[in-house]
Design a protein. Structure first.
Length: 348
């Protein structure tokens, strides 16, 4: 018989845990923390699973240390796909009028030359009663096997779930790899000049940041990157580190946050977002991943939700550049939250 969400929940107690599936892996992993501490590590010295907020001020860089975890592995081939069931109506969220008004304000700021790009996010809330987090994770992992999908839970803090195709950085000894991922479409139409320009802005920024550290690099792309119903433009950027095992924090500080999640110039875009978005992104557009000695892989936290006993909040966003149209940008954000909402599982 195939495993169900109920079977996996049988392994859970009241302890913190992370349940995740790495892209292309045949196994999912459950890390059960041995105590109820909320571990943090700003310098990424420990081996373990990390979740990092957009802003590290006010929220912890949370960690489940590998040495403090019981690890259980499950073959995905033995999992039963949970049924979609009936998803309740949203209980709140960003409206079309609010988002389009912010897009126009962003275009006005871009028109003055103060900003090149702004990434605007929106959210949609759903009621938490009856929601099955483990079953939702299973649906995402089985539907998007080439994404990193995780469910992170700490009883004293919060619960996060995300499916992301976007590698922030991958480190293997002296060698590093990062992606520039920007532009989104759902059909076989050609890429627009607006989308190609958006991707170039992100790529140029990443290259400048890495070169400023003196690291040798190369690039390949852009090329199409499929993710479920969506296609993105992607450029692969490889670089060489002079101090393996000691440069991870420098790399993360150089890359986070990328223009793909806030805009350019970075500080100006972050300030603009803080002044115009009427909600806190928290861990959305932060990053998450695993460090294991001289190897580490971190992903940008996209297509994600955060849940507590009051609400389940789904996040999505899109990049605004010269030529963006408010109605199109709202349609993109709504489409992304719609796709994530179809995988919510209730009543399992």
């Amino acid at each position: 018989m195939k495993m169900t969400a109920r079977d996996i929940r049988g392994f859970l107690g009241g302890e913190p845990f992370v349940l995740f599936h790495r892209p292309g892996d045949e196994l999912a992993e459950l890390w059960l923390q041995k105590d109820n501490e909320l571990y943090t590590d700003l310098h990424f010295d420990a081996n373990g699973f990390y979740v990092h907020p957009l802003h590290k001020d006010g929220l912890p860089v949370a960690l489940i240390p590998r040495e403090r975890a019981h690890i259980i592995r499950f073959p995905l081939a033995q999992w039963k796909m949970p049924g979609a069931g009936s998803v309740p109506s949203p209980s709140g969220g960003t409206t079309a009028g609010q988002h389009q008004s912010r897009v126009q304000a962003a275009l006005d700021a871009i028109g003055t030359g103060k900003l090149q790009k702004v990434v605007l996010a929106g959210y949609r809330d759903y009621p938490p009663a009856g929601w099955d987090a483990v079953a939702t994770f299973m649906r995402l992992a089985l539907t998007y096997p080439q994404s990193f999908v995780f469910l992170w839970h700490h009883p004293a803090h919060t619960q996060l779930l995300a499916a992301s195709p976007e590698v922030l950085v991958r480190i293997d000894g002296h060698f590093g790899l990062t992606y520039s991922l920007a532009g989104t479409k759902t059909t076989g139409r050609p890429w627009t000049d607006k989308e190609r320009n958006e991707q170039k802005i992100v790529t140029d920024y990443i290259i400048r940041r890495l070169l400023s550290r003196g690291w040798t690099l190369s690039q390949d792309g852009p090329h199409d990157h499929r993710q479920g119903h969506l296609t993105h433009l992607r450029t692969d950027i490889r670089f060489i580190l002079d101090q393996p095992g000691k440069a991870l924090t420098k790399v993360l500080r150089a890359l986070h946050p990328t223009p793909a999640v806030v805009g350019l110039p970075k500080e100006g875009a972050l300030q603009w977002i803080g002044e115009h978005e009427d909600f806190d992104r928290r861990y959305y557009t932060g990053f998450f991943g695993i460090k294991e000695d001289e190897q580490a892989t971190f992903y940008v936290n996209l297509r994600s939700l955060e849940a507590n006993d009051k609400r389940i909040r789904l996040y999505a966003g899109g990049g605004i550049v010269a030529g963006s149209r408010p109605q199109d940008e709202w349609r993109e954000v709504r489409q992304k939250t719609d796709i994530l909402a179809t995988h919510l599982v209730y009543g399992q």
